[in-house]
Design a protein around this ligand. Structure first.
Ligand SMILES: C[S@@+](CC[C@H](N)C(=O)[O-])C[C@H]1O[C@@H](n2cnc3c(N)ncnc32)[C@H](O)[C@@H]1O
Length: 233
């Protein structure tokens, strides 16, 4: 379906590096996370072999692939073809046959088949400005069955505007010294300047308005990351 002329191109907002195979080849070394805790949390929330899980902005598939042995069907969606190629290669290597790597974003992914039981999304929603976050969250709610779970992790600012300088400077002061070791001060500054992380006190009403009850909200001490367990009403 053609996009209306007032709609943004989510591919153009994906972050150039996420579309670059050379960057993606180093992504897991730089940005690797252990998905065990999130998989355990999903299983505590009744994830089992009858369930459908959708990972939006799946990247190299860290969570999708780790959760797959406990699900019936996993859809790992991302706008980046290079990310999807990594997911497919890993799934084949791991012998996982229930993982589909699908090109699609928060605004364009069209779900087919049984309704989704769980949507997981980590560090991806901030690619959209707030108006589009609202649209994306409403689309996610529409894909989930009633009672379905949205597990959302992202870079989210849990402070007031008057605290922004101190909070951002404190965050940047703890950045990695070298890019191979993690996110450097320059990279975090670019994130703040060019991407669309928002305030928790804006995101939380967007979640509620989209049709979710926030069951748990966790804000890291740095006040720059948040995690939400939300239930579709
Ligand atoms: C920082 S990476 C996080 C990847 C993965 N979730 C993780 O935790 O490692 C952000 C991912 O979001 C994807 N992305 C960017 N804009 C998107 C959009 N509008 N819809 C879906 N994915 C998007 C990028 O291609 C990239 O793979």
């Amino acid at each position: 379906m053609q996009r209306p002329d007032w709609s943004i191109d989510e591919f153009a907002h994906a972050g150039d590096e996420h579309l670059d195979p050379a960057y993606i080849a180093t992504y897991d070394r730089k940005a690797a996370t252990d998905p065990a805790e999130d998989v355990a949390l999903l299983r505590d929330l009744s994830l089992d072999a009858s369930r459908v899980l959708l990972d939006l902005g799946a990247g190299t598939g860290t969570l999708a692939l780790a959760a797959a042995p406990f699900c019936r069907r996993v859809v790992a969606a991302d706008v980046s073809l290079a990310m999807l190629a990594v997911i497919r290669a890993k799934a084949e290597h791991m012998g996982l046959h229930n993982v589909e790597a699908v090109q699609g974003g928060f605004l364009g992914y069209q779900h087919e088949g049984d309704p989704v039981d769980y949507v997981y999304s980590r560090n991806a929603l901030h690619h959209l400005p707030d108006f589009w976050k609202g649209i994306a969250l409403a689309r996610i709610a529409a894909m989930l069955r009633p009672g379905g779970i949205l597990f959302l992790r992202d870079l989210v600012y849990s402070f007031d505007p008057s605290e922004a300088t101190d909070a951002i400077e404190a965050w940047l002061a703890g950045a990695a010294a070298r890019p191979e070791a993690g996110w450097t001060r320059d990279e975090l500054a670019t994130h703040v300047r060019e991407e669309y992380s928002t305030f928790s006190w804006l995101l939380e009403p967007l979640l509620t308005r989209a049709g979710f009850t926030i069951r748990e909200a966790h804000h890291r001490p740095s006040r720059t990351y948040a995690a939400y367990i939300c239930v579709k009403r």
